[in-house]
Design a protein around this ligand. Sequence first.
Ligand code: ADP
Ligand code: MG
Length: 587
Amino acid sequence: MPIRVLPPDVAAKIAAGEVVERPASVIKELVENAIDAGARSLQVDISQGGRRLMRVADDGCGIPADEVALAVARNATSKLHSADDLYRIRTLGFRGEALASIAAVSRLTLSTRAAGEAVGALIRVEGGALTHREPHARPPGTTVQVENLFFNTPARLKFLRADPTEAGHIARLIASYALAFPGLRYVLQHNDRLVLRTTGTGRLEDALLAIYGLDVLEQMIPLQAEEREEEGVRVWGYVGSPGLQRADRRDVLFFVNGRWIQDRSLAYAVSEAYRTLLPQGRHPLAVLHIALPPEDVDVNIHPTKQEVRFRHDRLVFTAVQRAVRTTLMAHYPVASLSVSTGTGGPWAPGGQGARGGLSPTQAQMALDAYRTGTPPRADRESPFTRPQETPTERLPMLRVLGQIAQTYLIAEGPGGLYLIDQHAAHERIRYEDLADQKARGQVASQELLEPLAIELSPQQAGLLEGRLELLAGYGLEIIPFGGSTYLVKRIPSTLAGGATARDVPAALAEMLDAAERGGEAFSWEEQALITLSCHTAIRAGQTLSLDEMRDLVRKLERCQLPHTCPHGRPTMLHISQAQLEREFGRQ
Ligand code: ADP
Ligand code: MG
């Protein structure tokens, strides 16, 4: 389509007000224009964090010489012409605003040649005014150079951060587009130094490798094929193994028909899928593509086009959550420990894991992360060992040998030696058991001979009031007894025993505390379930008979996700037979 100025009624329907906020907003628009122009290759150069210069060169379709001036005019676009087009947008841009907005606050030079034309054109715009125009010889494609951003708006200039910060925003942006369109080649240079280069093979895996490196890639799992299709919604991509943890959600990325978007509800869907696999407050790495008919998604709701609205939002939410969860359930690998061959004590990273799943280095990194609460470092060396063998989500048959420190069970299996944390393991068993009973509509419970009176604060009472029914569903029947006193009448059978009088109030206090803290990615029911599981589980420091140990391990073997407790801690550590042999010099 030729570039045309939009009729006023169409322009009025557009969620306008595109703001050029920082260098990265400029790069975003220029990159989107290049992609819309069908470029195969994008070269991005910036200097001084983008504030001095930003240049995006593409090999796309170019702009016909007689339309070049229109390209920088406001509300002029070649991407839509009628209001109806707004409901089936297939391009990243559609408002015809970006170049005009950028040109108004910078010195912009645009050179271009349309594929079918002999000579191209070059124009220069300073603070919005066209100052220069000439015929220009160049290969087909377009180069837009933006210098001295905000030179005429000192107030905005003041808000820019230090160069490395602005450059970091730009790098993250280019990385996102590389993940969104892995078939394009991207080069990003800052102050003439290479920051990022992708190969444009079209494989998401190659883009991940270029951006995150081998260490991260080997811990990424492709989404499972079976669950991808769901009534016109297709979800694909990669999710990080639970060992890859982040302190924030910045590496949970969503692309809707190639558009990088932010969406709290989808972020929540992913958190839900990882629930009980990651410790609280930690976030996974995930790169998720969602494809759906353009008419089912409204991209015209936000000035930066970074938020969208789905016509069937529930459907999209469920498709994402299921795809991620199914993949995690099938792939979540067993943590295996290696015995060191050098310094660093017996549990330091070293040899090779003999079973499928995490390599020893990865396992150690994951464990380090659990212990220190920091994400695993990505700069350690490790061989590329993708979990090729059958994923070991289930446990093999284990032979219990005994108990250590009244806390850990030691067991032998076909893959070597296992150390099992008795409390964490029992929590996992209880959790799945309670969830299962609840799903079948009957949690085994028993009536207390004498109801247990509990005093709550007025605030706690308020929180409890709305949740009585849900708790009753889990076999915990509590009734109001005037004021903020409550009577516990029935408890889940698992909670019954000597310590009821202490455990029930403690569990309740913990659940109400969680309800108070809430948080965005929070399901109180899930939290209640975790608390009930925790309070009914065997504790550390408890002596177990051999029969009790065997019973525990048998039940763990039957769990869906035996390798972590519901809080996300590992239930067991594994030392492979091969590692033992190597350490004892038998191999
Ligand atoms: P929009 O992308 O919303 O249409 P812009 O202001 O970003 O608005 O661009 C205006 C027009 O200029 C586009 O519609 C397109 O026709 C043309 N254009 C801009 N950048 C390029 C490019 N890199 N290659 C080809 N055409 C371009
Ligand atoms: Mg645009």
